[in-house]
Design a protein around this ligand. Structure first.
Ligand code: HEM
Length: 512
């Protein structure tokens, strides 16, 4: 070879590089094909069209499928949808390979309109930062004490309304009352402001409540409305309404945020600053993070959406279960009586005030009855994650990047392979040991609160609220369904609500 002429040398090197590159590319392709041929996918349970046809009884449909296949696929034109009730798979997606499953761009684009960059919509660093600050705040004694005071006040207020209905033997929709009282509670804890949706005294608050519920429903509608982006662009139909509702929500929330910032800036009185700083979530965030109103709005609206319907729906199913199982209702009442040592209630607020953490801590049977309600009627019946890169689940089946992988608390609560032959029975005793002490289950089997690093942040908060509300109500009243023969079922939406409300009568158990 003539080394004085570099052209052939360059050609040779180029040739070599090209050959190497081609070999590498073909080997990778071959490997990929071999891997794909070896990859096996979960059995097909049906298509999303079947889901749509069974929409009204969606969770029944998915429970039947889960009984046949612990994990199955539904075919969809956009992506595979994988539904699992296998605890090992659940542990894998929620904990072991947590990084590979999240909300993804798809959920973010749908939810962002209302929930912004709040904890429910984001992944990665944005999520980690909010989770860190929020979990610290939720564990503080200050927030625990303040929220307990709020729960006790609202439970007493609710008991007064129930008492009036009992006096006139009126039928009431207890789910509607729970929705209002839990919203009032979380709103007070979040902003330090009385919304009073229970009595409707705050007109601006009423407008906010309607707009907030309307915008949640419209956001949910985006999941089935393939034209939502076009409608948003043209500002027509459901998207035009959504825009208006969000404006109402934002105006109300930003006003509260600006007022609080002003109050904190202007307050000269040291003791009032100290008091103000201690209580609601907004004031506490103003202390530890920057005061960007959009950031604060997103954080707080996410808490409100998280804490409102979940606890209200669970309390409604709990009362439904007590009506269906009067023996359990009596046992709960008996336990509250023993734990509080209060025989006759003179005043609801006075009774609620003695429900200390210590007294609530003694109520293992009540805790078990609420948990058993959540096992059968989990407030979040199905929870979807997006798979970020090709993977293999512990059962040996593959999932692909972009697939939707869901764990399903509703179906899981009814699986015999998880809970035994009496899986479908309501039996609080399954949660108690021989001494009557509550025994938790693996969070990968009892998935009502999710599990792993993104486990529900408000779990303890929710139990405390639900125990205070139910202790007051069950201690003071006996509940019966207004019509024993009317079937009670769920309405298919993100949270498991009782369809059409829960209509009950209450009878005084003890006189005030
Ligand atoms: C019975 C009541 C409740 C149930 C069954 C429940 C259940 C859940 C579930 C299943 C998730 C995961 C949702 C997801 O994938 O994004 C979740 C997340 C969350 N929950 Fe709850 N929840 C309840 C009450 C509450 C309350 C009262 C609060 C706060 C006031 C709260 C705050 C949160 C937050 C902040 C998250 C997001 C956690 C994260 O992504 O890191 N929850 N909850």
């Amino acid at each position: 070879m003539d080394l004085s002429n570099p052209v052939p040398l360059v050609a040779l090197v180029l040739n070599l590089v090209l050959t190497l590159f081609t070999v590498k590319f073909l080997t990778a392709k071959l490997r990929e094909r071999q891997r794909k041929n070896k990859a096996k996918y979960h059995p097909v349970g049906g298509t999303v069209l079947n889901q749509l046809l069974s929409f009204k009884r969606l969770h029944h449909y998915m429970t039947d499928l889960a009984g046949k296949y612990r994990t199955y696929r539904l075919l969809s034109p956009f992506r595979n949808e994988i539904y699992t009730s296998e605890p090992d798979n659940v542990e894998y997606i929620l904990k072991t390979n947590f990084q590979n499953y999240g909300k993804g761009e798809y959920n973010y684009s749908l939810l962002k309109g209302l929930l912004g960059d709040g904890i429910f919509t984001v992944d990665g660093d944005k999520w980690r930062q909010q989770r860190k600050v929020s979990s610290y705040e939720f564990s503080t004694k200050v927030l625990r004490d303040f929220s307990s005071v709020v729960f006790r006040e609202n439970a007493a207020k609710l008991a007064t309304i129930v008492s009036e209905a009992a006096n006139s033997n009126e039928i009431m929709d207890i789910q509607d009352l729970f929705m209002k009282s839990t919203l009032d509670s979380i709103f007070k804890v979040a902003f330090g402001v009385e919304l009073d949706s229970m009595c409707g005294s705050n007109l601006e608050g009423k407008e906010f409540t309607v707009a907030f519920d309307d915008s949640s429903a419209a956001i949910l509608f985006r999941y089935v409305d393939i034209f939502w982006k076009i409608k948003r662009f043209l500002n027509i139909g459901s998207e035009a309404k959504l825009k208006k509702s969000i404006e109402v929500v934002d105006n109300f929330v930003y006003k509260l945020i600006h007022n609080k910032i002003e109050q904190m800036r202007n307050s000269k009185d040291e003791s009032s600053i100290m008091k103000m700083k201690k209580e609601d979530i907004l004031s506490r965030f103003l202390q530890v993070t920057d005061t960007d109103p959009t950031y604060l709005r997103d954080i707080i609206l996410n808490f409100i959406i998280a804490g409102k319907d979940t606890t209200a729906a669970t309390l409604s199913w709990f009362i439904y279960m007590l009506c269906k199982h009067p023996d359990v209702q009596e046992k709960v009442a008996q336990q509250v009586k023993e734990a509080t040592d209060m025989k006759e209630v003179k005043d609801y607020a006075e009774f609620a005030a003695i429900l200390s953490e210590e007294a609530l801590g003694k109520m293992h049977y009540l805790h078990a009855a609420i948990t058993e309600t959540l096992r059968l009627y989990p407030a979040v019946p199905v929870d979807a994650k997006i798979c970020f890169s090709d993977d293999t689940l512990p059962d040996g089946f593959s999932v692909r990047k972009g697939d939707m992988v869901c764990y399903q608390p509703y179906a899981m609560g009814r699986m015999k392979f998880i809970w035994g032959d009496d899986a479908e029975e309501f039996r609080p005793e399954r949660w108690l040991d021989e001494d009557g002490m509550f025994q938790p289950e693996s969070p990968f089997k009892f998935t009502a609160f999710q599990a792993g690093p993104r486990i529900c942040l408000g779990k303890e908060f929710a139990y405390r609220q639900m125990k205070i509300f139910s202790a007051v109500l069950v201690h003071c009243f006996v509940f019966k369904l207004s019509d024993e023969n009317k079937s009670v079922t769920y309405r298919t939406m993100i949270n498991l609500h009782v369809d059409g409300g829960l209509h009950v009568r209450a009878f005084h158990r003890c006189q005030t």
